[in-house]
Ligand binder design. Structure first.
Ligand code: ADP
Ligand code: MG
Length: 615
């Protein structure tokens, strides 16, 4: 039976972490959705106009609010979820502070229609800036509809802090999709400016929600964290009492990785939380399995007794304090690591035999292993190169630096007979390839080791930038379009940038909810996998705030070139290596990749002589 809504005693109210909960539209959505979930709703419909600035409406079929309690619900510290200070130590509901409705109604115009279970009719209440402006009885289905309009209309300073509509919408998407994952038995529907952007069936299957959030391609690859035997994960506290911690959810295989930690999603007892330490526990579990600077996907549902955790730390209730944080850290890390080990063949660095050693039959650096495609770190880490001992110099002392920005046009043919003067790079002769990652060339007075990925990235980048700056990006149609599935926040980002993408030679059309069809690609990158290209771009757009227009194109170009560039692990023919060297010689800044890492290392004949003890 629902408990009545009452205003907390001053003493109890003072024990609650104080502070503002309504920072932006997404925080309104968060508080209202949490209320609907606390009310046991099975259907939650979220309708947003203009990123939530204009209006946010949340409708649910939960318990409803009793007619005589509806005004109380909007008072500060009014809640039905907390009775005594003891309850505070073991909170089982998402809300408990009794502040959200009061805070929301203080900065917006609110209309609520609610009919409680067992009541003959509903009540409609309107409020503006906490003042009740109207009340009447209305016919309504059981449940609650709260409409929040003109958020921050009376606090212009806060209005100014809101980011673009796209950003606010993305934050709402992110939040709703996450809660949908934790409550698969609830039917969520999110509509933005009249368009349904996300919905779940409420079937109870997390997998169904994963498909709705990540698309079928990604969802198919996710690995369930199997429910372990209790004794395997038993953790004990300092008094040797067993703490029952369970960790469930899904993690991505090491072949799926992102540029940021955004895809590590943590729920504690059904509450979305932010926790640096547990996030790190997930990352740690992938230790050595991911390229550096890349982050995994993990959707983790941690359950532990409510007395084991304090959620009364921060007003937004997303930060929690564990009484035995090490135990929780260990449980999460173990659960993820075990899932990875059980389901993925781990490739150790040692599987790569040194020159002269036998290579596992059938194994080649480019054959897709656990991680699909090896990246440039797979063979030798740059810091492992014996720079000191070998006295490898970079940039080569005999070469001109990056100064003197004389434009060099891109020759389709090898440049004519070599003269060193005025050239950015000397003319080089290809000797061969080592480690399927580096090209060896001979120059005028020594040898060069060229990182094939970095060099190719530089070449593509300069060619693409030149074409774009002259408005000459050639687009090449794909015989059959390629479908790309994205998460709703990513889909929004891409949808907002379709024109920019078109300007860069990517013709992309919406293709159902959160899906797109790639119709054509920049001809320069014709060999590239369209889905991979789009995914890489979206990922970059996702990182941080949208860059200034004008810069966004070069950012996209940078990213697709990185994705398109030939990887380490790719054996090149002599002709391919020669073509690459000619093109690198033609670059304006051949010494570094567009991210600033060196493309080549120089070892002079004199240095060789010294190493061999001839000098
Ligand atoms: P809290 O959730 O911390 O209790 P709120 O200000 O968010 O505080 O809500 C105040 C009270 O209003 C809740 O305790 C609950 O009893 C009632 N309430 C709010 N939203 C709903 C809803 N969607 N369905 C039923 N009751 C609700
Ligand atoms: Mg609440």
């Amino acid at each position: 039976m629902p408990k009545t809504i009452h205003v907390l005693s001053e003493q109890l109210a003072s024990q609650i972490a104080a502070g503002e909960v309504v920072e932006r539209p997404s925080s309104v959505v968060k508080e209202l959705v949490e209320n609907s979930l606390d009310a046991g709703a099975k259907t939650i419909t979220i309708t947003i106009q203009e990123g939530g600035r204009k209006s946010i409406q949340i409708a649910d079929d939960g318990l409803g609010i009793a007619a005589e309690e509806i005004e109380t619900a909007f008072m500060r510290h009014a809640t039905s979820k907390l009775q005594t200070a003891d309850d505070l130590a073991a909170i089982q509901t998402l809300g408990f502070r009794g502040e959200a409705l009061a805070a929301i109604s203080a900065v917006s115009q609110v209309t609520v229609v609610s009919r409680a279970q067992g009541e003959p009719s509903g009540t409609r209440l309107t409020l503006a800036g906490t003042q009740v402006t109207g009340r009447d009885a209305v016919g309504a289905p059981q449940g609650t509809v709260i409409a929040v309009e003109n958020l921050f209309y009376n606090t212009p300073a806060r209005l100014k802090f809101l980011k673009s509509m796209t950003t606010e919408k993305r934050l709402i998407d992110e939040f709703v999709t996450r809660y949908a994952l934790a409550y698969p038995d609830v039917h969520f529907r999110l509509t933005h400016n009249g368009r349904i952007t996300f919905q779940t069936s409420g079937s109870g299957s997390v997998l169904d929600v994963l498909v709705a959030v990540y698309g079928p391609e990604t969802a198919r690859q996710l690995l369930p964290i199997e429910n372990p035997h209790a004794d395997e994960t038993a953790v004990t506290d300092e008094h040797h009492h067993r703490i029952p911690i369970t960790v469930a959810g899904y993690v991505g295989p090491p072949s799926l990785h992102w540029a940021n930690r955004n895809q590590i999603i943590l729920f504690l007892n059904g509450r979305l939380i932010k926790d640096t330490s547990l996030t790190y526990a997930v990352i740690q579990a992938y230790h050595t399995l991911l390229p550096t600077g890349r982050y995994p996907l993990g959707i983790l549902f941690v359950t532990l007794p409510p007395t084991e955790v304090d959620v009364n730390v921060h007003p937004a209730k997303t930060e929690v304090r564990f009484h035995h944080s090490n135990a929780v850290f260990g449980a999460v890390q173990k659960a993820v690591r075990r899932t990875l080990i059980d389901t993925t063949p781990i490739r150790s660095m040692g599987a790569w035999s040194p020159p002269g050693g036998a290579v596992t039959p059938g194994w080649s650096p480019s054959s897709p292993g656990w991680s699909g495609e090896l990246d440039e770190h797979a063979f030798i880490r740059r810091d492992d190169l014996p720079q000191q001992e070998m006295a490898l110099h970079w940039p080569p002392p005999s070469l001109p630096g990056n100064e003197g920005d004389t434009a060099v046009s891109l020759p389709p043919q090898p440049p004519p007979q070599a003269t060193l003067a005025g050239e950015k790079l000397p003319i080089m002769r290809v000797i061969g390839q080592v480690g399927a990652a580096y090209i060896i060339t001979e120059g005028p007075d020594g040898l060069f080791l060229i990182d094939q990925h970095a060099a190719h990235e530089r070449i593509l980048y300069e060619q693409f930038m030149a074409a774009w700056e002259q408005n000459q990006v050639v687009s090449q149609g794909l015989v059959a379009g390629t479908a790309v599935y994205l998460s709703p926040p990513q889909a929004t980002l891409l949808a907002d940038n379709l024109e920019v993408m078109a300007g860069l030679g990517f013709q992309i059309e919406p293709f159902g909810p959160n899906a797109f069809m790639v119709r054509s690609m920049p001809a320069l990158l014709a060999k590239m996998d369209p889905a991979q290209a789009v995914a890489a771009v979206v990922e970059d757009l996702e990182r941080g705030d949208a860059p200034l227009q004008g810069k966004i194109e070069s950012k996209i170009i940078l990213r697709v070139c990185k994705t398109a560039a030939v990887k380490a692990g790719h054996t090149l023919s002599n002709a391919e290596m020669e073509a690459m060297i000619w093109q690198l010689e033609a670059c304006q800044n051949p010494h570094t990749c567009p991210h600033g890492r060196p493309t080549l290392i120089y070892l002079s004949v004199a240095q060789l002589a010294k190493q061999f003890g001839r000098l």
